[in-house]
Design a protein around this ligand. Structure first.
Ligand code: HEC
Length: 502
């Protein structure tokens, strides 16, 4: 996500908001409780799987009863390669230094925990990714993943996933990163020390992120260009930013909506922002509990949000974001944000200057729990007088008090996503390469123009390079290998990159 800068509009907003905001009567009414449930965002028919215990089975039962056991000294990847779809692969405790690619459906990769000892995937600071999958109905459970440089668990276009009970520690850029998937569960994981987002749901639908502990990372949990996501009962602390729901412009999927953020502990997310300079999360102000940017129909309910030094909740838009090229196909505003009852305490005690300046425009004193900067329509709040707020005086009172009628947005297993060969290149390019390569300027990697000159009619050569990049430029970092993309996709993305026009 992009760095952002809200100063630009402060003055404009000041003009429109500096109305009569003071001197409300303070007779401390009982908590407003409209006694009604959320009716938005969801149609029950055909939706909502039933829960059995705390576990949500979106992958369905095992497709076969074949079970393979990998012991220390063996190779998990070899077991995956030899497996038929539907195989359960049990991995015994021990240390495994490898990258596992799963391009088959129904693989259940389960670590066996014996007397507290787990199967440990150790990248030794050298390997890029621990587990990458593109298969559907994949389950990854019970691993410890540490010291990788890129991703802990990442997926491309797999549906019906369950990622559960993994410890992902000091691992690269993304801890758990499903991209372009539908119908997935991420629960009971512990994720820490991640340079970008610990849990990053990208361009996905029908997702449930629950009971995770996420800390010491730049961004805790991100819901990006995704719909129908519930983020609940997580403990999110000591990141630079806690929970984020937003749209990154320019990606092939253009919206984020129907996100419920409820019953989380979001505390002291005051970590120094240690994202790679120029990376998209580098601009999140440290101390931000929840950030909503350009996402619609986000409900924030029942969270305990405390000790976040910049602000408890920030609602903003693309217009206030630095470095963002507004995408004409994405609505830049956060509309219909619904803030129900939350417990907020001791936020905003060291807010960034622009928020302090914004407070002044409303003649507010104190430390901001809730900050809204930028246009929004249809947003509402319950009991605003409980918090220190700025920019929410035009929110209406929400006409419902709870989302507890919505257990989850999950589905019975859905069919695999179909992606045409042509779209394959475009999606991979926008989802992966564009984060590091811009058409003209330098990002993390060299400009596409330069690459086009180098590889003019040689898509095949480019595809080979990205599978196994070699270090070429002393003034650039290494490019991470893209060999988790299958050969066809590598060629498609190479072609797409070479044909790209500004
Ligand atoms: C994490 C950042 C990152 C991502 C993601 C990334 N690249 Fe790169 N890329 C780099 C860097 C850094 C270099 C420069 C490496 C060097 O010169 O040693 C590079 C170099 C290249 C080159 C130049 C090769 C040469 O011979 O000079 C090509 C081609 C390329 N990338 C294609 C891609 C494609 C296609 C994708 C998406 C599938 C992609 N890159 C994703 C960072 C990235």
């Amino acid at each position: 996500m992009k760095s952002w800068n809200v100063l630009g509009v402060v003055l404009i907003l000041a003009a429109s908001l500096a109305g009569p905001v003071m001197a409300k009567e303070k007779n401390s009414p009982a908590t407003k409780d409209n006694g009604t449930f959320y009716s938005g965002g969801f149609t029950r028919e055909g939706n909502a799987i039933t829960l059995s215990g705390s576990s949500k089975s979106v992958a369905g039962p095992p497709m076969s009863d074949v079970v393979v056991v990998v012991k220390e000294g063996g190779s998990i990847q070899a077991a995956v390669q030899n497996a038929d779809p539907g195989t359960t692969i049990l991995v015994m405790p021990g240390i495994y230094s490898e990258t596992v690619y799963i391009d088959k459906d129904g693989i259940r990769l389960i670590g066996v925990i014996e007397e507290g000892e787990r199967a440990i995937l150790d990248g030794e600071g050298k390997l890029n990714d621990a587990i990458l999958y593109s298969g559907n109905n994949v389950v990854v459970e019970n691993f410890t993943i540490t010291r990788y440089k890129g991703n802990g668990i990442m997926s491309q276009a797999g549906n019906n996933w369950e990622i559960r009970n993994n410890l992902i520690i000091d691992t690269g850029v993304y801890g758990i990163f499903p991209q372009l998937g539908k119908n997935g569960v991420i629960e009971h994981n512990v994720v820490s020390g991640i340079e970008d987002a610990a849990i990053y749901v990208g361009m996905s639908d029908n997702v449930h992120v629950a009971y995770n502990a996420v800390f010491d990372s730049v961004a805790g949990i991100e819901i990006e260009n995704s719909r129908h996501a519930i983020v609940e009962a997580n403990h999110v602390y000591n990141n630079a930013g806690g929970i984020l729901a937003f749209i990154t412009p320019g990606l092939p999927i253009k919206t984020t909506f129907d996100v419920i953020i409820r019953n989380n502990f979001i505390t002291a997310n005051n970590h120094v922002n240690f994202a790679a300079p120029g990376s998209t999360v580098a601009g999140i102000p440290s101390g931000t509990g929840i950030l909503v940017m350009a996402a619609d129909d986000v409900v924030i309910e029942g969270n305990i949000i405390r000790d976040n030094k910049n602000a408890g909740i920030i609602i903003t838009d693309h217009g206030n974001a630095d470095n963002i090229t507004v995408d004409p196909d994405s609505d830049p505003n956060s509309d219909r944000v619904k803030i129900l009852n939350n417990t907020m305490l001791n936020n905003g005690y060291d807010a960034i200057g622009m928020i302090k300046a914004y407070m002044l425009t409303e003649l507010k004193t104190g430390h901001p729990d809730i900050v809204r900067i930028g246009p929004t329509t249809g947003s509402c709040i319950l009991n605003p007088d409980r918090y220190v707020t700025v920019g929410v005086s035009d929110f209406t009172e929400c006409d419902f008090h709870s989302t507890s009628n919505i257990g989850n947005y999950l589905l019975a297993p859905v069919p695999p996503r179909e992606i045409s060969a042509q779209d394959r290149g475009k999606i991979a390019y926008l989802g992966i390469c564009a984060g590091c390569h811009a058409y003209t300027g330098r990002l993390i990697g060299p400009p596409v123009q330069v690459i086009q000159a180098l590889y003019m009619n040689n898509a095949k050569g480019l595809a080979e390079y990205i599978a196994k990049p070699i270090k070429k430029r002393s003034d650039y970092p290494e490019m991470p290998p893209q060999n988790y993309l299958d050969e066809e996709t590598r060629l498609a993305v190479a072609q797409y990159m070479l044909e790209l026009k500004n």
